[in-house]
Design a protein around this ligand. Structure first.
Ligand code: FAQ
Length: 330
């Protein structure tokens, strides 16, 4: 069914597959997990490295917009919560880099590709966080969209990725709730606070919808990734689920989704809604979003500033390796 809606260029038919590829596809279809030492087609490995690497980079770059507010949180409790959330995102990045490393790519190589623009990270993190209400909107909408995408990925075919997702999803659901709690506080506060909450929703709504990727007709990877169960749903399916889940939450908050075309469609059992501005999306992907340069500059600086620490760790590891044979001989 999905194959009719998404592009499928470059996909091999059953007859075009080698015997190994056929056997591999049968394992996927049966629901087996693929583990790092198992045989896999090159394309499967490459797609996973791209997606897991991109996902890891998103978690790491995604710390920056919220990190911006740690020193300016309104209370000590909010500061502690935000600090813990941002630390969780670092942890997610590390599990994901480790999952990618099982495919034979080093973390250093992935990071180098992020820094020189050969790898992407989620478009959403190229938007600025201008007020405290943005911390609510990021948790509620950005983590909300991330969970919508990642819960199905717990069943993805590659073992290390699916296992990383289980823990990540548990933590992301706390994040989503803390964001919603910030929004509830702001939306039920003074008129100025409510206006800040509405403004944050206005700015983050469409960029959050873009997190699911281009519409199915323009998604180049979906058909093959779904056949390999690297992706479990199409971009449009998940976007629709996210809108259906989020509209009642906005109503509960007394906030308005900034979309004149938003309307319940009884026939499809979901909301009709406006498409995001795809020109803006592709511009952000090309590096021309409001914060792309700032984000990459911050990551490069962190990498350069950490060089002495990596050198220290390597020197210590080498020293231990040199000592180990001597200790064994004693
Ligand atoms: N941003 O053919 P498709 C988080 C690219 S985690 C940038 O549809 P695909 C946690 C795509 O790479 C958020 N690029 O691609 C958090 C491809 O380009 P390429 C990250 C995008 O891979 C919360 C091209 O467009 N989550 O937020 C985007 O099948 C709060 C064509 O697109 C994941 O990575 C985009 N939004 O589907 C952290 C989940 N969309 O590579 C801190 C795993 C598409 O050929 C604070 N990833 N592109 O040059 C996925 O599920 C998929 O990779 C999609 C894209 C759905 C993102």
């Amino acid at each position: 069914m999905y194959a009719q809606m998404v592009k499928s260029e470059g996909m091999k038919s059953g007859e075009e597959m080698s015997p190994e590829e056929k056997a591999f596809q049968e394992r996927i279809d049966r629901g087996d997990k693929i583990e790092p030492k198992d045989w896999m087609p090159d394309g499967y490995r490459k797609t996973l490295v791209r997606q897991i690497g991109q996902h890891a980079h998103s978690e790491i770059v995604g710390q920056l917009p919220e990190g911006n507010w740690i020193t300016r949180a309104p209370t000590l409790e909010r500061k502690a919560i935000l600090l813990a959330k941002v630390q969780d995102e670092a942890g997610h990045g590390l599990y994901l880099y480790s999952a990618a490393e099982t495919l034979g790519v080093s973390r250093d190589e992935l990071i180098e590709k992020l820094h020189d623009g050969r790898m992407k990270y989620s478009s959403i993190f190229n938007y600025p966080t201008l007020t405290w209400a943005d911390m609510g909107a990021v948790g509620w909408l950005v983590d909300g969209a991330a969970i919508m995408n990642q819960v199905p990925l717990q069943r993805t075919s590659f073992g290390p990725y699916s296992r990383a997702m289980i823990r990540i999803c548990k933590e992301e659901s706390f994040h989503q709730r803390q964001g919603f709690a910030v929004m509830m506080k702001m939306a039920s506060g003074t008129p100025e606070q409510k206006a800040m909450a509405q403004d944050a929703l206005n700015r983050f709504w469409f960029p959050s919808l873009m997190m699911f990727g281009p519409s199915d007709k323009d998604s180049v990877h979906s058909a093959q990734s779904m056949a390999w169960k690297i992706k479990m749903n199409t971009n449009d399916e998940l976007r629709q689920k996210f809108v259906d889940q989020t509209v009642p939450q906005a109503e509960y908050l007394g906030l308005t989704i900034p979309d004149d075309k938003l309307a319940w469609n009884e026939e499809k059992g979901g909301y009709d809604f406006s498409e995001p501005d795809w020109t803006e999306f592709f511009e952000v992907l090309k590096g021309n979003g409001p914060c792309n340069r700032e984000r990459i500059a911050a990551r490069r600086k962190a990498w350069d500033d950490g060089a002495w620490f990596r050198d220290g760790l390597n020197a210590y590891a080498e020293k231990r390796a040199r000592r180990a044979p001597l200790a064994a001989a004693e």
